[in-house]
Design a protein around this ligand. Structure first.
Ligand code: ATP
Ligand code: MG
Length: 257
């Protein structure tokens, strides 16, 4: 069964700005879908709409059989227990004034009813939970007392990932999570996401302008251009002749063919 169904979704910011135009796709549990497109193609808008952070008027979004409508607060709260997002810019996730352990625990304190499988039966202290989360993303547990300003870009992104997976979401939306990192750190973060996805059977929507990152991580690729899906295919069809000319141009520019 499909976990997420996006059906003919459109979004206008104003009469002249149609950020999303008739978007349809679906994803099953544990699948990784890449959304690739140039700047301004509507990738972040799609992410925000999917998270219920931005209203939409046309089309439908269904998650686990239930509609996602930003106005229905009860349904939205239930949905947020299952969906997390990682942004390019960690400053929108990590409050610079809070020590890492406090930032890490925010999602769990919003949803006290969640008891994650990575914690033992006996109660753990908040710091212990934060330490476990840091270790899950390959960071030293002693970092719990540091502040975001004392971490590197890659370390901050790992903390954001730990924070996002703390509630064991079934859907993780990543909006250009590696765009501000240098190439070697980008690769490490991609490997980490892949490993966590397999371990937790998460569905990942991975948004990027970099088709190489998308093809490394994802088995399905959606190509956005000016708010529309121009191409949608399984990874094994990447080099097929019927790829859209825009997809071919992206592949050529990335020199992966
Ligand atoms: N809050 C807003 N109000 C008005 N227009 C907006 C708003 N946010 C985005 N847009 C417009 O919607 C279109 C899609 O923007 P979006 O941020 O979704 O693109 P993107 O693919 O994420 O680009 P980038 O790769 O640069 O992050 C653009 O034309 C943008 O100018
Ligand atoms: Mg964007």
């Amino acid at each position: 069964m499909s976990l997420l169904i996006v059906d003919r979704l459109s979004k206008n910011y104003s009469k002249s700005i149609r950020a999303l135009d008739n978007i349809s796709f679906c994803s099953t549990e544990g699948e990784c879908i890449g959304i690739v497109g140039e700047s301004g193609s509507g990738k972040s808008t799609l992410a925000r709409v999917l998270l219920g952070l931005e209203p939409y008027k046309e089309g439908n979004i269904t998650f686990d059989g239930k509609p996602i409508a930003p106005k229905n607060r009860t349904l939205l709260r239930e949905y947020r227990k299952n969906v997390q997002m990682i942004f390019q810019d960690t400053t929108s996730t990590l409050n610079p004034k809070l020590p890492i352990w406090k930032s890490l625990l925010e999602p769990l304190s919003n949803f006290k009813e969640i008891s994650p499988s990575y914690l033992g039966k006996e109660g753990s202290s908040e710091r212990e939970i934060a330490e476990v989360l840091l270790e899950m993303v390959g960071l030293d547990k002693h970092m719990v007392d540091r502040y975001p300003g004392e971490l590197s870009g890659g370390q901050k992104q790992r903390v954001s990932i730990a924070r996002a997976i703390s509630i064991e979401p079934s859907l993780l939306v990543c909006d250009e999570p590696t765009a501000s990192l240098d190439v070697t750190v980008q690769v490490q973060i991609l490997h980490l996401l892949k490993e966590l996805q397999k371990k937790n059977n998460m569905t990942i929507l991975f948004i990027s302008h970099d088709i190489r990152a998308v093809t490394f991580l994802c088995e399905k690729v959606i190509v956005l251009k000016n708010g529309s899906i121009v191409d949608q295919f399984g990874l094994e069809e990447l080099y097929h002749r019927e790829r859209h000319p825009y997809t071919k141009a992206l592949i050529k520019a990335a020199e992966i063919d």
